[in-house]
Design a protein around this ligand. Sequence first.
Ligand SMILES: [Mn+2]
Length: 325
Amino acid sequence: MIETPLARVLKIFFHDACFDGTTSAALFSAFYRDVVDASVDIRPIGMVHRDGNPFEGVPLDADDHACVDFRFCADPKMRWWFDHHPTAFQPPSLRDVYEAEHLPTWFFDPSSPSCAGLIARSLEAKYGWKPSAQLADAVVWADKIDAAQFKTAEDAISLRLPAQRLAAWLAHGRSTTDTARYVEWLSRGSLNEVADRPEMRPQLAAVETERARELDAVKTLGEWRGNVIVFDRMDDVGARSPGFLGYVLFPTCTYAVTATRTPSNIKITAGVNPWNPAPRTHDVGELCARLGGGGHAVVGGVTLRGDELERARHTVDELVRELNE
Ligand SMILES: [Mn+2]
């Protein structure tokens, strides 16, 4: 009998519920199979930002580990790392570890519109690897979605094309099995093919039906506090963030602050209205980092435990106060 050796396992940690995070994971999966190990067994694992070390209690017990579109992890077992979040180093002292160790398989560029774009450029420059045309198309969409490069808020919330339907589906908090399966499909097929899978079609149709209801809910929810429009959905456990819908319905706001809650997490996000020509005066990511979260100059967030309601309301108040200064 011929002995079949067990496949090597690669764990990919990625920014969960995010089009860029999942595209990054799919892209890195394809690279790994093409360049490092064709028979590797890949396990994509979604990560959420939280106060404290998000890797605490997360076992790095595979044969190889990668982290994409998510905070720096100082454990040398995290051999591959790609990120574009300016707040990637938390606490900031982790930056010293990064500078001192600087593994050749760590890549950081806070000026990149998406992490997927950073991965594609870095892997081509260093290994001469080019993604398939299908994956390259997903990377273009990751740039567009992550950096909100849409002409209007209406374009940004459109569900006409598969990329945007899939982004909306991901944002609606999928199970870890669902996103892992999605990453695997996207690493081998086009956005069109993934959206057209029999497992996906009914779910994407449901996203479109829910959209109409969401518009009504978000309209009544918005509360003006100075220049800031606030969407507090913490009393409605499981309700989702309005995202760009908020800017469609309240186009004159300078900033939007949103709070949503599941039994395990409270998620607060703050964003600059990308379609308001007024100059922005705050670095939202830096502000969120001071409150225990992180992000980019124009969008950031703070994730708390589901039972930290009082702290969450205080965080919203602090964000609103600072953004109105
Ligand atoms: Mn990203």
